[in-house]
Design a protein around this ligand. Structure first.
Ligand SMILES: Nc1nc2c(ncn2[C@@H]2O[C@H](COP(=O)(O)OP(=O)(O)OP(=O)(O)O)[C@@H](O)[C@H]2O)c(=O)[nH]1
Ligand SMILES: [Mg+2]
Ligand SMILES: [Zn+2]
Length: 299
């Protein structure tokens, strides 16, 4: 009786395909898309969340529960957290030769992937541009760290990326203007129509993405487009966790003179020694140190 009154029999399972604060679009298991609101002030849903919803009107529902997440990708600065995507298995970091990309941002995306238990791929888009050879040379470093690095041109051919997406839930992340949405439009024909509608509605020549959006691939797998970012705050990490997320540091961690070494300027630091010996790239160590100093200012 109580259960029937609460309408529990009518609960539907679904997948959050877009999230806008307290509102989100949920694709139910019967493929209908419902415009949903959360209860109370709850606004912590992310694209990719699995939810239970109760219908509240035609095409509308209320979120009743969020299933435990296997992964959660998010940023955090000193003040707030920004959820990017839930339940993704893989992060595709999209970079391009132009506009120039920031290596620190790539490193921070990799740190977030390592810390969050997701695999990471680096995709150099706009391979049709002449500057792409130099950009690819700069990315060789990541190959030596055993990350997958590939080149593609969303304008011409996204095939190099396809096999990596099958059976994964991937999220495209990176700076604005790298071509994430162009890649999505190439992969998902239906997506192009949707972004086209949006830009016609807004009558802005710009197509910059404002919210994450999940799409289904024609093969098994899902892909999430996300808004471009300039910074990737990692204030939810400790300095130790940050060091551990630089994969090539791991074999030396624990070998410094001081047990609480932060690998900045301490004497007999195994990480500094490994860098001096050419085993760790100075670019990566500097990037780690910028992150560590930022986290220490927070503390
Ligand atoms: N030459 C070239 N230009 C491209 C390619 N892919 C995308 N672009 C261009 O790059 C610009 C930005 O592309 P978007 O797909 O909107 O970039 P985005 O990463 O989604 O940007 P945000 O949504 O702001 O994060 C557009 O003018 C695209 O036409 C490519 O492979 N080659
Ligand atoms: Mg975009
Ligand atoms: Zn050290």
């Amino acid at each position: 009786m109580a259960a029937a009154e609460k309408g529990q029999a009518a609960l539907l399972q679904g997948l959050v395909v877009a999230s806008y604060g307290r509102r989100c679009l949920v694709e139910a298991t019967d493929a209908t898309v419902l415009d949903c609101v959360t209860r109370g002030k709850r606004a912590d849903l992310a694209c990719g969340d699995r939810v239970s919803v109760a219908r509240s009107g035609p095409g509308q529902a209320v979120i009743e529960a969020i299933a435990p997440r296997s992964t959660l990708l998010y940023r955090s600065d000193g003040y707030r957290e920004k959820l990017i995507a839930a339940n993704v298995t893989q992060i595709v970091i999209v970079v391009a030769p132009a506009p120039p990309f920031h290596e620190d941002l790539v490193n921070r995306c990799l740190v977030a992937a390592e810390h969050g238990g997701m695999s990471a791929v680096i995709a150099l888009n706009k391979a049709d541009l002449p500057e792409s050879a130099a950009a690819m040379a700069g990315l060789e470093l990541y190959r030596t760290l055993r990350y997958r690095v590939l080149a593609l041109s969303a304008k011409h051919d996204v095939r190099p990326l396809r096999p990596l997406l099958e059976r994964e839930t991937s999220v495209l992340v990176g700076q604005s203007g790298m071509g994430k949405s162009t890649i999505i439009n190439r992969l998902i024909p239906d997506a192009a129509a949707r972004t086209g509608e949006l830009s016609r509605a807004l009558r802005s020549g710009r197509h910059t993405t404002s919210h994450a959006r999940l799409y289904h691939l024609d093969a098994p797998g899902h892909i999430i487009d996300s808004p471009g970012m300039q910074e990737f705050g990692l204030h939810h990490l400790s300095v130790e966790e940050a060091a551990h997320a630089f994969v090539e540091f791991r074999r030396w961690l624990g070998e410094c003179r001081f047990r609480d070494c932060r690998h900045l300027a301490e004497p007999d630091c195994a990480i500094t020694a490994a860098c001096d010996a050419g085993k760790i790239s100075a670019r990566r160590l500097e990037s780690y140190r910028r992150l560590a100093r930022e986290l220490m200012r927070r503390d």
